[in-house]
Design a protein around this ligand. Structure first.
Ligand SMILES: Nc1ncnc2c1ncn2[C@@H]1O[C@H](COP(=O)(O)OP(=O)(O)O)[C@@H](O)[C@H]1O
Ligand SMILES: [Mg+2]
Length: 285
């Protein structure tokens, strides 16, 4: 079941002096089972776009198709509760939304809200806490006692506890340290590969796009400027320049070395492989 936007526009505060059109006639098809990165400058409409996927925002015109639901401008979406369960949306800085007295209660909130028994919700919560790398011994602690990165994991666990098949993450690694960022991205990759979740990540980090994502959608001034496979996207340095995107270091290094006459294959994706490749060519003159 595809995820699609058909001619979707979004206008904030329509009919008031604060009217602002944030999306213009978006046509977009997102592949199920993939990790798609949504990139673009601040204010380009990324958050507005992704909040349509669980009907948190409704189209001012056009239609959004997600799983087997249709969200159409001018109509009240049906089955909102089950949609919000199936499409998990993680906001920027989700840790600000932790509110229960204990970690376990916070993570269990979603499943319980959907009618799961206390016992099953607790079981599920411990399972997802483990998945996000939070030791079960934290379950009875207050979320306030956790570090920033741990809080964010707990917030994400709260969404995962509902077992969504689509996971939408709005700048999930903003403000995390480099190690925290890598662990978080690895988690999303596992959720995609082992649990077959369709994932959308809003990000500014091109290393993440290159290393973890399959597809990229570039937003510009409320429009989709481009949609491409990640490898294809980064194989056109001139296109990146035009879009004001700084490719990952490894890509820039490959481009420079090719300009100097080295033969660098497309399959080379990390520093180790690149070093080996250069050493071989230097040795052979
Ligand atoms: N609630 C709102 N009311 C009015 N304008 C908004 C609102 N939210 C966002 N905008 C405006 O819509 C545009 C797109 O915002 P947003 O989707 O948050 O962009 P991004 O996530 O790419 O930074 C921005 O110009 C922003 O100021
Ligand atoms: Mg945003």
């Amino acid at each position: 079941m595809p995820i699609a936007f058909e001619q979707v526009s979004h206008i904030y505060s329509d009919g008031t002096p604060f009217r602002y059109q944030a999306l213009y006639d978006i046509d977009l098809n997102l592949k199920e089972g993939k990790i798609t990165a949504v990139i673009g400058q601040t204010g380009s409409g990324k958050s507005t776009l992704v909040q349509h996927l669980n009907a948190l925002l409704l189209p001012s015109s056009g239609t959004v198709y997600v799983l087997d639901r249709k969200i159409e401008a001018g109509t009240r979406p049906k089955g909102l509760k089950s949609l919000r369960k199936d499409v998990g949306l993680v906001f920027q800085f989700p840790e600000y939304q932790l509110f229960e007295e204990t970690v376990l209660k916070d993570v269990s909130f979603g499943p319980k809200n959907f009618g799961v028994s206390e016992e099953d919700a607790a079981k599920k919560s411990l399972e997802v806490l483990k998945l996000v790398g939070i030791d079960p011994s934290y379950a009875e602690r207050s979320p306030l006692e956790l570090s920033g990165g741990q809080k964010r994991r707990v917030a994400i666990a709260g969404i995962l506890a509902m077992d969504p098949s689509v996971l939408v993450l709005d700048e999930p690694t903003a403000g995390l340290d480099p190690q925290g960022t890598i662990e978080m991205m690895k988690l999303f990759k596992r959720l995609n590969q082992e649990m077959h979740k369709t994932i959308l990540i809003v990000t500014h980090d091109m290393e993440q796009v290159y290393n973890y994502c399959d597809e990229v959608v570039v937003m510009e001034h409320g429009k989709v400027k481009l949609q491409q496979g990640v490898d294809e996207f980064f194989s056109h340095p001139e296109q990146c320049i035009e879009l004001h995107i700084l490719p990952p270091d490894i890509i820039r290094m490959k481009t420079m070395l090719r300009e100097k006459g080295f033969k660098i294959g497309d399959e080379i994706r990390d520093v180790q492989a690149l070093a080996k490749c250069i050493a071989r060519q230097v040795k052979h003159g």
